[in-house]
Design a protein around this ligand. Structure first.
Ligand code: UT7
Length: 331
């Protein structure tokens, strides 16, 4: 799916993030599985990640992020009429985490559902909210992306365990007077689905509910380097922009080597690229909002900045969004 914004301007007016308190370092992981700080840093760029406590589930992590986004936007929860939460680790399949969050936040007027698109979930969810807002069906949306992958990893499998962390982010989206989203490119290839899968999680392999996330790292790496470049190139061309127009590049934080490859191939200067995989690992749907928050903390999200977001992950899925950043509420 590839398309550009038509007419109505829809932007991000609030941003909030949250990660669990517990930091798990590479050295600590090396006490659990046969690995080393050196191997993890060289192959992935990750130094540490955050891990949820035993009693912390997705909504516990998403709630502070959602509250921070609402406060940042200066919006009352009751004025949100659409809540979508991208995650592959909801508290449970149903009730949805979105419905639980809408209730806790106090959103009696909101439609709420979870969206499942692997690590690309957040990009899919903002595209979904864009469509709802641009059509006029929604007036103000809250989009959450978050995961607690530590709960579904095999803690004996070093090839997946070292890569992931837990975290969440949220954005308020609404009509804006200037800037806003320029377009989206989204795709899926179920043919590669078995390269990153969680077989016991649904009705196909229900006899083995104990199963964990499994991954063919080399195949996902090949896929990732390909789509990170093709998706970004396609959305830029469709919106009549070039890499030179991009002020801030926010790639999915899976592996520093994947980011480096995309940056080199696209020709985006590394200094325009947000990297925090060293501190958080791959937080799946939380990855892009956490990186956006870092971009803002660094003072890079100035009014009018052209921001390129690209995600990829299980499905296999990928997606890009191009947004002209708007600071301040619509008048
Ligand atoms: O959102 C999408 C999520 N997934 C991804 O983005 C994953 C994409 N893939 C990758 O990032 C990389 O493929 C990995 C980081 C997973 C692996 O890096 P690699 O350079 O592709 O390593 P490899 O799989 O080719 O494995 C090289 C060696 C193997 O040993 P042998 O067969 O050469 O003896 C592995 O068994 O490294 C070994 N290995 C490890 N060694 C120490 C695999 N995991 C580890 C580990 N510590 N944690």
């Amino acid at each position: 799916m590839l398309g550009t914004a038509q007419g109505v301007r829809i932007g991000i007016t609030g941003l909030g993030v949250h990660v669990p308190d517990k930091v798990l370092t590479n050295a600590e992981l090396a006490e659990i599985v046969e690995t080393s700080d050196e191997w993890i840093r060289e192959r992935t760029g990750i130094r540490e990640r955050r891990i949820a406590a035993d009693d912390e589930a997705l909504t516990d992590i998403a709630l502070p992020a959602a509250r921070a986004a609402l406060e940042d936007a200066g919006v009352d929860a009751a004025d949100i009429d659409f809540l979508v939460c991208a995650t592959v680790t909801p508290d449970m399949m149903f009730p949805t985490s979105s419905a639980l969050l809408a209730d806790t936040l106090g959103m009696p007027n909101a439609a709420a559902y979870d969206l499942l698109a692997g690590c690309t979930g957040f990009v899919y969810a903002i595209a979904q909210a864009y469509g709802m807002l641009a059509s006029g069906l929604s007036r103000r949306a809250l989009v959450i992306g978050g995961d607690v992958l530590s709960k579904i990893l095999d803690w004996e499998d070093r090839s997946t365990l070292v890569l992931f962390g837990d975290g969440a982010g949220a954005v308020v989206m609404e009509p804006v007077d200037r800037g806003g989203f320029l377009g989206f490119e989204l795709g899926a290839d179920g043919g590669g689905g078995e390269y990153l899968w969680y077989p016991g999680s649904g009705s196909r392999h229900f006899e083995n509910p104990e199963s964990f996330v499994k991954m063919n790292g080399r195949e996902v790496f090949k896929f990732a380097t390909r789509v990170m470049v093709s998706s970004a190139s396609e959305i830029l061309a469709e919106c009549g922009k070039t890499v030179d127009d991009v002020d801030v590049y926010v790639p999915h934080q899976a592996n520093k080597r994947i980011i480096d490859y995309a940056v080199a191939k696209l020709g985006i200067p590394p200094e325009k690229t947000i990297v925090n995989v060293d501190r958080f690992g791959n937080t799946s749907s939380g990855s892009i909002p956490l990186a956006l928050a870092d971009a803002r903390a660094d003072g890079r999200l100035h009014d009018g900045a052209l921001v390129l977001l690209t995600g990829m992950g299980a499905g296999l899925t990928w997606g890009s969004a191009l947004v002209e950043w708007t600071n301040g509420r619509p008048s």
